[in-house]
Design a protein around this ligand. Structure first.
Ligand code: FES
Ligand code: FES
Length: 163
């Protein structure tokens, strides 16, 4: 067993873990933040997407011990991002997905929202092509891609308008 300290959504977590424990399982089982989903467990679907030290990663491709000392943002932490733009407890990106029907079963949605958050931070005006490129690693099994793209375009508008 190995002691790891990971800050998730601004809160410090400390646990003894097996060296083989994947970060996604640490987040879900140790930190009990189940908004991060497990799809393929092989890095293909993006359901386990989180923001790790400011970068988008697939948390099934990293061991919890490798994340020792890191800062992670999960979907639960979106309620703390851009506090001046939150509406009814939702971040504008979440609100945009809701308004534009950017999800069906919702399994891929946490990863899609975190992907959008990271994209819009580096590129507040993404073209449709840039959005499609950014989404490459996040699969939607309900295949609602058109609505997802429209949600991201609307989220970009909302973020610029500050609402
Ligand atoms: S569960 Fe990590 S990419 Fe699919
Ligand atoms: S909404 Fe069902 S997997 Fe994307």
């Amino acid at each position: 067993m190995q002691l790891v300290n990971i800050t998730i959504n601004g809160k410090a977590f400390e646990h003894e873990v097996e060296p083989r424990l994947l970060l996604v399982h640490y987040i879900r089982e140790k930190a009990q933040l189940t908004g991060t989903h497990v799809g393929c467990d092989t890095g293909n679907c993006g359901a386990c997407t989180v923001v790790y030290n400011g970068k988008l990663i697939k948390s099934c491709l990293m061991l919890a011990v490798q994340a020792d000392g890191s800062e992670i943002l999960t979907i639960e932490g979106m309620s703390q991002q851009d506090p001046e733009k939150q509406k009814n407890g939702l971040h504008p990106i979440q609100d945009a997905f809701l308004e534009k029907f950017g999800f069906q079963c919702g399994y891929c949605t946490p990863g899609m929202v975190l992907n959008t958050h990271t994209l819009l931070k580096s590129n507040p005006n993404p073209s449709e092509h840039e959005i499609r490129e950014a989404l490459e690693g996040n699969l939607c099994m309900c295949t609602g891609y058109q609505q997802i793209i429209e949600s991201i375009q609307y989220a970009a508008e909302k973020m610029k308008a500050g609402k």
